[in-house]
Design a protein around this ligand. Structure first.
Ligand SMILES: NC(=O)c1ccc[n+]([C@@H]2O[C@H](COP(=O)([O-])OP(=O)(O)OC[C@H]3O[C@@H](n4cnc5c(N)ncnc54)[C@H](OP(=O)(O)O)[C@@H]3O)[C@@H](O)[C@H]2O)c1
Length: 245
């Protein structure tokens, strides 16, 4: 059982929520963030008394500063950070607007970049940062250009941080999920039929014969946050049931 304190960005639904639930079950202290108050309140009430929710838009540097200062005043230093907040909106390359480009990059990459930077003073030595990227970084999917670029940028950051932050005892590793059933699909702008087809396709073509669930990701993230992975650096664990083999 652990007494580690972990911050999960975007812990209100889907993968982040499942990780929070899993970590709480192992006695971690968990702080989740989200941008939508209703989702945050509902997540905290489901997670129970040991969870803490802090409203924070990861694309706002001001919000990140407030998040760090609230975490610092309540918990002091933390043991780990799961950089999970993210969005995906399906969009053909030729139709991708500047607005969607900025929104995606600001949440998935800029937010991640500055969240890690601003948490450095309160990350313990040693501590673990886990980045949630995606199989899109190495397997091309149509209508994902800016999303793919945001996740590739995030992966590229991991190498540099492992060098620059080594003397602070901070390690960075990556979880790379395949298509995972979560609220992200409904928010993507895809029709219900398109979502249904996507999930069916990935279930039927996967060696495990089903779609990945957020609960499949949680133990992997826990491993990367825990001392069990203390010598790993820039390791990427692909959690896709073998669909990209
Ligand atoms: N599902 C997949 O197939 C899949 C595959 C590979 C990687 N991923 C990655 O996994 C991560 C989690 O996605 P998910 O599938 O679990 O989807 P999800 O259920 O939609 O979760 C997204 C989380 O990010 C939060 N978020 C979004 N914008 C935010 C912002 N501006 N500031 C703070 N929090 C924000 C959401 O909070 P609100 O409730 O406030 O919106 C929510 O908690 C994402 O980074 C996604 O790219 C997902």
């Amino acid at each position: 059982m652990s007494t580690k304190t972990i911050v999960i960005t975007g812990g209100t639904t889907g993968i982040g929520f499942s990780c929070a639930e899993y970590l709480l079950g192992l006695n971690y202290q968990v702080i989740i963030t989200g941008k939508t108050k209703d989702n945050l309140d509902s997540a905290v009430s489901k997670l129970g008394n040991n969870s803490v929710g802090i409203l924070s838009d990861t694309s706002s540097l001001n919000d990140i500063d407030n998040l760090v200062s609230q975490v610092k005043s309540r918990f002091g230093k933390i043991d780990g950070l799961f950089i999970n907040a993210g969005i995906f909106k399906a969009s053909n390359f030729e139709q991708t607007s500047e607005e969607l480009f900025d929104q995606t990059m600001n949440i998935n990459f800029k937010g991640a970049f500055f969240t890690i930077q601003k948490f450095i003073p309160i990350l313990k030595n040693p501590s673990s940062v886990v980045l949630n990227t995606s199989i899109v970084v190495f397997k091309a999917f149509a209508d994902t250009s800016v999303y793919t670029a945001s996740k590739a940028a995030l992966e590229s950051l991991s190498k540099v941080l492992n060098i620059e932050l080594a003397d602070k005892g901070i390690r960075v590793n990556i979880v790379s999920p395949g298509v995972t059933e979560s609220p992200i699909q409904k928010k993507s702008g895809m029709s219900d039929d398109a979502i249904d087809n996507l999930l069916k396709h990935f279930s039927s073509t996967s060696p495990i014969g089903r779609i990945i669930q957020p609960t499949d990701i949680a133990p992997i993230v826990e491993f990367l946050l825990s001392d069990k992975s203390q010598v790993l650096r820039n390791e990427k664990i692909i959690v896709d049931g073998g669909t990209t083999l």
